[in-house]
Write a protein that binds this ligand. Structure first.
Ligand code: ADP
Ligand code: ASP
Ligand code: MG
Length: 395
């Protein structure tokens, strides 16, 4: 292919209404008019995947995994066809493809599949025939030809992997915020937009709950050197670039993983609970073995699965969240963050350390407050200090 390829991904809010779909079409046409081949990846219209999930759960609290993928993948097919129609109406050749048509092959892990390979023949042929190619995000096919899905938020990973397979010059993740912030800007209103963030910090942020990027998309882009940018569908901006192999910031940001449950289990049953989680494909966030309180932390929505086999051992469950500080200095902040939170009557249930990160487990109703407090202490004040220093140097 002679022209460079750009992959643009649009999330749920970006394709949430017909008006928004026309806004998306303009971004796509712009990129095409600048001399690029454009491959577009779309999510389901906002709220649609949740709606389909709730229908499935009304049928069965633990729906059949293969059929759930058939159902959930339908959402993306609606948006891809609507976008193709909008582009066609605006006078541009466009063709939408399901994952099966786009030959996106995954493993057999229904509901949480991993992309193994993409055969780009069909996409490349359509591009050379002057089409804008629109691919359904979030879905793939396994070796049996069955539909799989990549886990919630998985369209980011479809886009980045396609960008890698097509050697695209950039993968642009268009969303409802104008970049990566030092914390979710809907929670911390004075969070700061980062022009650039390094891959290890972004990986930590995504793995600890910053859902702005699906974790495997960050890992794939890092490993395969895919230029990755996050930007807004609704504002003109250059967004944030994910770039660099080494963390540079003392405190890069904070991530919140909100919808978790602390399942209290007697210590003697913890090993069997963790084994059950492994067998059921339940993500285990932590194991707590305090003399007065022992148990496991899992995602809220996994409880119905665990209940099937373990309900008699569960003593109690409470809604908890994880708040993670990411950055070179994060691990040294245990004492001061506990102190700061205690001063506001926020109780830290437990804490964990990982690569350049400190994670705090707390009750769900205080996580937003805690995020604002720690952001003020470790990021906003540091920023004010840097600004003051710059001012003094200049002035
Ligand atoms: P999309 O539907 O476009 O995939 P998502 O809802 O998955 O969008 O991700 C975007 C959301 O991520 C934002 O609306 C924001 O609330 C949230 N978010 C969490 N952490 C961050 C962060 N550090 N920077 C920016 N947005 C964040
Ligand atoms: N539609 C899917 C979800 O809501 C995938 C995505 O939006 O990336 O999780
Ligand atoms: Mg998303």
């Amino acid at each position: 292919m002679k022209k460079p390829v750009i992959v643009q991904k649009f999330g749920g809010t970006s394709v949430g209404t017909i008006d928004s779909i026309y806004t998306v079409a303009k971004h796509v046409i712009n990129a095409k008019n600048q001399g690029n081949h454009v491959v577009v990846v779309v999510s389901a219209m906002s709220g649609e995947t949740n709606r389909l999930m709730s229908l499935a759960k009304q049928v069965d609290s633990v729906p059949n995994a293969r059929e759930l993928d058939v159902l959930l993948s339908a959402g993306e097919q609606v948006s891809m066809a609507l976008l193709a129609m909008a582009l066609d109406k605006l006078g541009h050749k466009a063709c939408s493809l399901t994952a099966s048509q786009a030959k996106i092959h995954t493993d057999n892990q229904h509901n949480d599949a991993t992309i193994k390979s993409i055969n780009t023949d069909t996409i490349e042929r359509l591009l050379t025939q002057n089409n804008i190619v629109i691919v359904a995000g979030f879905q793939g096919i396994n070796d049996n030809g069955d539909i799989t899905t990549l886990g919630r938020g998985g369209s980011d990973t479809s886009a980045v992997t396609l960008a890698g397979a097509l050697s695209a010059k950039e993968c642009q993740i268009f969303t409802d915020v104008d970049g990566i912030y030092t914390c979710d800007p809907r929670v911390v209103t004075n969070a700061k937009k980062l022009e650039e963030i390094d891959f290890p910090s972004m990986e930590q942020m995504a793995s600890k709950g910053a859902k702005v990027l699906h974790l495997p998309s960050v890992q794939y882009a890092w490993k395969h050197n895919v230029p990755l940018r996050v930007l807004s569908t609704f504002e003109v901006n250059s967004g944030s670039l994910i770039k660099g192999d080494s963390p540079t910031r003392e405190v890069a940001g904070l991530a919140i993983n909100r919808h978790l449950l602390f399942i209290e289990i007697d210590e003697q049953f913890i090993v069997s609970a963790t084994t059950q989680c492994q067998m059921l494909g339940i993500n285990l966030f932590s194991v707590i073995k305090h003399p007065d309180r022992s148990g496991i932390v899992i995602e809220h929505e996994s409880i119905s699965k665990l209940d099937l086999v373990f309900s008699d051992k569960i003593r109690n469950s409470s809604e908890v969240s994880l708040l993670t500080v990411v950055g070179l200095r994060a691990k040294g902040l245990i004492k001061s963050s506990k102190q700061l939170l205690m001063e506001c009557d926020i109780n830290v249930v437990d804490h964990f350390l990982d690569n350049d990160s400190l994670t705090i487990l707390l009750s769900r109703d205080c996580v937003d407050n805690a995020a604002c407090m720690l952001h003020d202490a470790y990021i906003a004040q540091g920023q004010a200090f840097d600004d003051q220093k710059k001012h003094m140097l200049l002035g």
